[in-house]
Design a protein around this ligand. Structure first.
Ligand SMILES: Cc1cc2nc3c(=O)[nH]c(=O)nc-3n(C[C@H](O)[C@H](O)[C@H](O)COP(=O)(O)O)c2cc1C
Length: 388
């Protein structure tokens, strides 16, 4: 089966479940490979009280034995510690005294269209699944994808370059992304990080919330992941869909992104140079993708996140049980989650690149994949068309 994953689980249910299929046999995989990113996802200035309760750790339920994958689906569970406080409200079994339904849909959430679509009169049935808690399960899948890619020299980093009105140049964030974890807002510049924190504090003080922008950079991708031959194979289209599937993402760009539109062609294309039997590029303005394929340059994908929807300054809504206008209710909320979203972005990029990587090099076991990968690199080198 093709590499990919599904998730299950409600925000305050017993846990978040990930099923990763198409994982080759013989990949070294430890819980810490996944736990590292689960912890990074929980950090970031501006998060709400939930992150203090949850200390996410993965448990492998299938697909891994003695530190190596078996080629069978990798099943992972991250328990929701908060479930202890929600057992009655979230009980899978019927309860005698059901909790009061939530009837105030929050603007900017799945609440209203979700209750209309699935015929619910209790919005908790929507918000439990539409919550970004689900991205915990995605980061677990990303841990598997990243481990696979890193065995072939592909490293993925991310950095935040905008929170509200405070911005850092994206080109510099791309270069410095590996240092982003040193900052509480995951921006590589200490001075800009402080200003971003002040911006978050000011929004919180005003009982409001913020969004921002982040960039994900994948170094070491071989050329030719994805394909131009069919629209479904194009790796930029697949990356865009994966990024936009993350809660609150409203835009995605590659390389210079929308800024390309105002330029002349000579200011945009990445010229091809010959360097000691290798090929090199004069620039990477297109973000490492041409014709739906990686071109051997770093893959640079960035995203715009809208401000957090639930805010203390309550927004107008309608009580669906009475039809009366009122104020939206507030479920515990972050005031800014862009630093965490960047980590989730890394995970989604890793999953798409891992899928494309296994399409190119086979997917049964690491030995055969390694042989196919090395033979491809040899062929490009012998033909004088390998990247630097
Ligand atoms: C890491 C992360 C944390 C989030 N935390 C919150 C939150 O605490 N409160 C909130 O209202 N929205 C939060 N969101 C955004 C909502 O989940 C999202 O806006 C909502 O599900 C509607 O989806 P849409 O914005 O993609 O249309 C978060 C998103 C991410 C990526």
């Amino acid at each position: 089966m093709r590499f990919g994953f599904s998730t299950a689980g409600e925000s305050h249910g017993p846990g978040e479940v990930t099923l990763v299929h198409g994982v080759p046999a013989g990949l070294g995989l430890l819980a810490e490979d996944v736990d590292r990113d689960l912890a990074r996802r929980q950090q970031g200035y501006g998060r709400g009280g939930r992150q203090k309760i949850e200390k996410d750790k993965v448990e492998f339920l299938g697909g891994v034995r003695h530190g190596y994958t078996l080629g069978s689906p990798v099943a992972m569970l991250v328990r929701n510690r908060d479930y202890a406080n929600w057992e009655h409200r979230m009980s899978p079994a019927p309860v005698e005294d059901p909790p009061d339904p939530i009837t105030l849909p929050r603007p900017g959430h799945a609440d209203l269209a979700g209750m209309q679509k699935y015929a619910f009169d209790d919005l908790r049935n929507v918000l439990e699944r539409s919550s970004a808690r689900e991205t915990t399960a995605r980061v677990a899948a990303g841990g598997v994808a990243k481990k696979l890619l890193s065995d072939f020299g592909v490293e993925i980093h991310s950095a935040v370059y905008r929170i509200g009105t405070v911005a850092y140049p994206k080109e510099r964030a791309v270069v410095d992304a590996a240092r982003a974890d040193e900052s509480e807002v995951r921006c590589p510049d200490p001075e800009v990080s402080e200003r971003m924190k002040e911006e978050i504090d000011a929004a919180r003080y005003a009982r409001d919330a913020l969004g921002g922008e982040f960039v994900v950079v994948a170094h070491g991708c071989p050329p030719g992941l994805g394909s131009y031959v069919d629209w479904r194979d194009k790796v930029d289209a697949r990356l865009a869909a994966a990024i936009l599937s993350i809660n609150a993402m409203k835009g995605v760009e590659f390389g210079m992104g929308f800024g390309l539109a105002a330029k002349r062609s000579s200011e945009v294309q990445d010229e091809i140079l010959a360097e000691n039997g290798h090929l090199a590029r004069a620039s990477n303005r297109l973000g490492g993708i041409e014709g739906g394929m990686t071109n051997g340059e770093p893959v640079v994908v960035s995203a715009a996140m809208k401000p957090i929807s639930t805010i203390a300054k309550q927004l107008r809504t309608v009580d669906i049980s009475t039809g009366e206008e009122t104020k939206a209710f507030k479920e515990r909320a972050d005031s800014c989650a862009v630093p965490a979203a960047a980590v989730i972005g890394e995970s989604m990029v890793a999953v798409v690149l891992a899928e494309a990587f296994l399409e190119k090099f086979g997917a049964d076991n690491m030995t055969d994949i390694r042989a196919a990968h090395d033979s491809y690199a040899r062929r490009l080198a012998e033909a004088g068309v390998a990247a630097r």
